[in-house]
Ligand binder design. Structure first.
Ligand SMILES: Cc1cc2nc3c(=O)[nH]c(=O)nc-3n(C[C@H](O)[C@H](O)[C@H](O)COP(=O)(O)O)c2cc1C
Length: 347
């Protein structure tokens, strides 16, 4: 049985504040976007018919219309649950994978999110809990409950030490997380996907995860949503100054993806952190990942500034990303599988 802690009570309210902050300007790191430094090789002789381009692929034994995942954001509050239902409907229609935000709070309050599975029967659904929570007493029960409730195809374990350190109510004891992940890999009925939330997973950490049996990693690097900046915004001024040097701390995706592809043979890598469009997705695939992922771009497409939900707008944004990926494939003269293979050669 998972009981709500004091932190769970605070965290429901915090989730909605996070959504607003994530949509605001302060949520971006103050660095040049690393993918702006990458250009794909132009091919003036593509030797293909644009209309024959196939972007479909498979992920977690299900078919996707293009290699993309909406990464976990929300759940547990009325607004969060409504967003998830809308994400689910559009993701199922568009044929992309969908991750949920942390399920800890809903499970602790006895609230089911299973409606999402009913709305999205055809796509991979990925549950979510924190690495620190997994390592705590009853962590494995929480993980099992998260998988059962969602009938999940995989469970994401998020690693967010930078965010937790800056967060007012954050968890500071990170001992035993790797062991807990190893145990979850053995005990859960579905694969474990380990993810960061915007500071990135470095090659040495990915190697440790591979050694304990993890087969899916979402790198979530520095360039997009900055949880350091979001949490710092919630702090009193004096404390904010303490963390000021760390606000843009993290790994760059352009540094880590090529190395990961060379060293991690058995891992499916999701490339994410600041994905802006289908050209970014093509660059990520070329650099070394199998799937791209995005959170804030999706949230901003779905929910207007006045908090109205626009499913059609999100559907169109996803279609645009897919179309832009096709354009990149045409202009490089590569099939999707070639683009992914070429990552071993370049850059
Ligand atoms: C509003 C919001 C809430 C999020 N909540 C979670 C969460 O509960 N669990 C998690 O693993 N990641 C969470 N994330 C992180 C995203 O899954 C993603 O890794 C991160 O935002 C980087 O992607 P982006 O730059 O495309 O936004 C959240 C992101 C946003 C924008």
């Amino acid at each position: 049985m998972i009981y709500p802690t004091k932190n769970d009570l605070i965290s429901s309210n915090r989730k909605d504040i996070h959504i607003d902050l994530a949509k605001s300007k302060i949520s971006r790191p103050h660095i040049e976007h690393p993918l702006d430094l990458i250009s794909l090789p132009h091919n003036a002789l593509p030797e293909m018919d644009f209309n024959d381009i196939d972007t479909s692929c498979s992920f977690l034994d299900k078919k996707l219309s293009f290699p993309f995942m909406i990464t976990g954001m929300t759940g547990g509050t009325e607004r969060g649950d409504n967003l998830n239902l809308a994400f689910a409907e559009v993701a199922n229609q568009s044929g992309v994978a969908l991750g949920l935000g942390s399920q800890r709070s809903s499970i602790a309050h006895g609230k089911s999110q299973n409606k999402i599975r009913k709305i999205a029967p055809n796509i991979p659904l990925i549950g979510n809990i924190g690495g620190v929570q997994l390592a705590q007493e009853n962590g494995l029960d929480l993980a099992k409950a998260a998988v059962d409730d969602l009938e999940a195809d995989a469970l994401a374990i998020h690693l967010n030490p930078l965010q937790e350190l800056i967060q007012i109510e954050g968890e500071r004891n990170w001992c035993g997380v790797l062991n807990a992940i190893e145990n979850a890999v053995k005990m859960l009925p579905c694969p474990i996907l380990v993810k960061e939330v915007g500071a990135g997973i470095s090659l040495p950490v990915a190697q440790k995860l591979q050694n304990v049996g993890v087969r899916y990693i979402d790198v979530a690097c520095l360039a997009g949503t900055s949880w350091a900046r979001i949490e710092a915004e919630r702090l009193p001024r004096k404390q904010r100054d303490l963390y000021a040097p760390f606000l843009d701390w993290g790994c760059l995706i352009t540094d880590i993806l090529p190395k990961m592809r060379q060293s991690l043979e058995n891992i499916t890598i999701i490339g994410s952190g600041g994905l802006r469009d289908g050209l970014d997705l093509a660059k990520l695939l070329w650099l070394g990942c199998h799937l791209g992922g995005g959170a804030s771009i999706i949230l901003n497409s779905l929910e207007t500034k006045r908090m109205e939900i626009r499913q059609e707008q999100l559907f169109n944004s996803l279609e645009t990303i897919k179309e832009q990926l096709s354009i990149a494939l045409f202009l490089t003269g590569m099939k999707l599988s070639d683009l992914i293979k070429n990552k071993l050669v370049k850059p």
